[in-house]
Design a protein around this ligand. Sequence first.
Ligand code: S3P
Length: 421
Amino acid sequence: MRVAGSVRVPGDKSISHRALLLAALGDGRSRVTRILDSADVRSTAGVLRAMGVAVPALGPDVVVEGRGVRGLTAPSSDLDCGNSGTTTRLTAGIVAAQPFAARFVGDASLSRRPMARVARPLEAMGARVTYDGDAGRLPMTVHGGALQDLDWTSETSSAQVKSAIVLAGVAAGVEVTVREPHRSRDHTERMLAARGVDVWVHDRAVHVPAGARVAALDTAVPGDPSSAAFFAALGALASEGELRLPDVCLNPTRTGFFFALARMGARLTVDDERQEGGEDVGTVVVEGGRALRGTTVEGEEVPSMIDELPLLACVAACAEGETIVRGASELRVKESDRITAVVTALRAVGAEAEELPDGFVVYGRGPRAFAGNVVTHADHRLAMAFGVLGALPGSDVAVDDPACVDVSFPGFWRALAGAIA
Ligand code: S3P
């Protein structure tokens, strides 16, 4: 298989959510260009509209009139977060500081995901959180109000938890410190700092002082490294050719997959590296034709490639030797249980893999074809990871729900077909 050309992946999902939320909390008008127009980001736009923010239909150029940190209005309907954990958890932080209650609902996948991890710190700040049914699961109502300072040590390295607390602090005008075991993605910190908030980051702790205001800002959203990862993998698995992936966000808290792929033997380089809007951005160039070998991913590397671990498992099936992922039990509470789902799907297409409580082992047998039916559990990242395996010569992989890629990467299947020469 030969790859060729250039794939411009859509805007970063994490940054797109935050660009809308921070524009809504801002003083004045913010313009966001290259925002990701996907189902998840539409969920964030929808919940903001429900709370009185005039967010236009998503497009190449979105202008939002900010309402200030406590200027949202009580929603007259539920906040429908769809499939999006980021929408739910970050918005829960903001609602905790508003003088009203809001009920969060979501799809079947989101309704299974744990919410106590954000509810507990928000309750410690003075908010009240109630559940319709199972404790810690949607539907969940956040009863906002005046909050107090918080110094919180998070058990998980989760940017969503960290951001929920930080945004609650900013919206309430109180001081917060969040500590986490390993550093998770830091877009909230960078984006707040770019909007004039005096964010202090030291090692694995983030601090925001009381009385923060969020300035309006015009920003461009860089390409999503988690989306670029599928094409980096495709290029690395190709027997010849080169793929160029321009304008990808290269924030060091997000680039773990590219490093792991290089360690496995892939040839990856970065061209045109620059800073844009507080983020490192560049063109990732991947060349095919290299033999890949297994690797181990654990510890602080895990959060830097958390969403790419299903894809790593697929690449590992084409490498020589064992690939081990440990310390990634968070995968069990993503859009699906990604440990069970990826191992089951790998076996279904003819690869060898086994589950660990907090990760998996893949027994790679070098370049080869795969065939079988993949159950995605409507998980976009599983669909795309197995899409890459299905694109390999001689492979015949059927993904049960190809449309679920719209959560983060509408147009993925077309882009995948277009990258193969
Ligand atoms: C995200 C953080 C990660 C990631 C998710 C997006 C974010 O989740 O898996 O896709 O935008 O903050 P956790 O913070 O729960 O690890």
